[in-house]
Design a binder for this molecule. Structure first.
Ligand code: ZN
Length: 421
């Protein structure tokens, strides 16, 4: 620092002398500039005595990367979605590079259980005790395809099952070309669940063969048929669903084609009495007649039998009525969700929609009336929403069969509703 100041002073003195000699006339009337020392002389680099600057080499100085000879990758991948729960992934192919004389085999597989977010190995899927059976099936399948593979099949063991996927129909096994010194390349062998039978699905959900069951809801429509019934059928057809129509006997002949259509679509038609008489006020023969006459009329129209299930007018019953109906072998379809679509102040699609969505749950039996246009209109929102929420729309008979078992004569089936309601 000191020497820097020193040189600055020297510099200032030199400039001062230069200025003085410049302004002081050497020869009068003749100004000259050639005595100004050249700038390079003024700014001549002084000889510094600084210690040499040490440059720290960065430790991770990038090395020069030799230009790689581009290889060639020939890979095929396949993703198989299984039963919405298991996803399978396969990749196979070759990598060719000038540095290796032979192609490099590439084989990858992955089966993931998306419910538990775990990756499955073959031991999670096949009962190890039944491995022999699976291997003999695998050997049989290979032999049928390539008889020339016979000499190598003696070496077959569980390692041959390392790369597998599961689809809707069975187990797919990918064999690497180096698993045996045959000339078959990659082999994909598919063994059906039927053939694998009990050897398969150790700790794996049997729902593999079918999509998982979605929670059931039964829409039930009373007091029809009516012109609005067709609108409801249109929606069920469009979105995919079934319903139960609890019809009044005297109305059946007004819209017979509607009931034929409903049944053809998988919906069901059951009786709701002939003329909506209160069952608690009827004697045995009158009550029996209400049910028998309606059932006969339904079966005549739809051309097939209907389940021994009926809905009581007003949902009103007493022990006498229950006893008579039980003696006839029938049971009652009650409900768990009543959006009160029949009530004058509720004849508004938004209210009906809200009342249903507030209370619906798995196993709900929903009471509706297809004689009101507002109910049919509410279904424009209700049906797609229920399906979007993961419910399947089934008939009351299907729901009862799943949640309660076989129909019990005299039993009143009420269904489930949201516990918080
Ligand atoms: Zn009714």
């Amino acid at each position: 620092m000191r020497s820097k100041i020193f040189w600055l002073i020297v510099l200032a003195l030199v400039i001062l002398i230069a200025i003085i000699s410049c302004v002081s006339p050497r020869s009068p009337g003749n100004a000259s500039v050639d005595i100004i020392p050249p700038l390079s002389a003024i700014y001549q680099e002084p000889e510094y005595n600084y210690p040499p600057y040490v440059y720290d080499e960065p430790e991770d100085e990038p090395e020069e990367i030799p230009q790689a000879d581009p290889g060639e990758l020939d890979i095929t991948t396949d993703t198989v979605f299984v039963a919405e729960r298991y996803t399978g992934f396969l990749a196979w192919g070759y990598f060719r590079h000038s540095s290796t004389p032979d192609d490099i085999i590439v084989i990858e597989s992955l089966v993931r259980d998306i419910y538990t977010d775990t990756v499955l190995k073959i031991a999670d899927v096949i009962d190890i005790e039944k491995m022999e059976k699976v291997l003999s099936l695998l050997a049989g399948a290979i032999l049928a395809y390539a008889p020339e593979a016979a000499p190598y099949l003696d070496e077959i063991d569980a390692s041959w099952l390392t790369h597998f996927v599961m689809d809707h129909y069975g187990l797919g096994i990918l064999l690497s070309p180096d698993i045996a010194p045959w000339d078959l390349g990659f082999l994909y062998v598919h063994l059906s669940y039927e053939d694998l039978d009990e050897a398969f699905l150790l700790g794996v959900e049997l729902g593999l063969r079918e999509p998982p069951r979605r929670p059931m809801v039964a829409l039930t429509f009373d007091d029809g048929p009516s012109p609005y019934t067709e609108k409801i059928l249109d929606l069920l057809e469009y979105y995919g669903g079934r319903a139960t129509f609890c019809v009044l006997g005297y109305r059946i002949q007004r819209h017979p084609e509607t009931l034929v259509r409903a049944v053809a679509m998988g919906s069901e038609v059951i009786g709701h009495s002939w003329d909506h008489s209160n069952f608690t006020r009827l004697g045995r023969s009158a009550l029996t007649n209400q049910i028998e006459r309606t059932t006969t009329e339904i079966q005549a129209v739809i051309g097939q039998s209907t389940p021994p299930l009926m809905r009581a007018p007003f949902g009103v019953l007493n022990n006498n009525a229950i006893g008579i109906v039980r003696d006839m072998g029938y049971s009652f379809l009650h409900w768990s969700v009543d959006p009160r679509d029949w009530y004058r102040d509720n004849r508004d699609p938004d209210i009906i929609y809200y009342n249903i969505m507030q209370r619906v749950t798995e196993g709900s039996i929903i009471l509706l009336h297809d004689i009101h246009p507002t109910t049919a209109e509410a279904m424009i929102r209700v049906i797609p929403r229920l399906i979007e929420d993961g419910f399947q729309l089934v008939t009351a008979s299907e729901l009862i069969a799943y949640h309660y078992g076989e129909l019990e004569p005299g039993e009143v089936y009420k269904g489930f509703r949201n516990a918080s309601w």
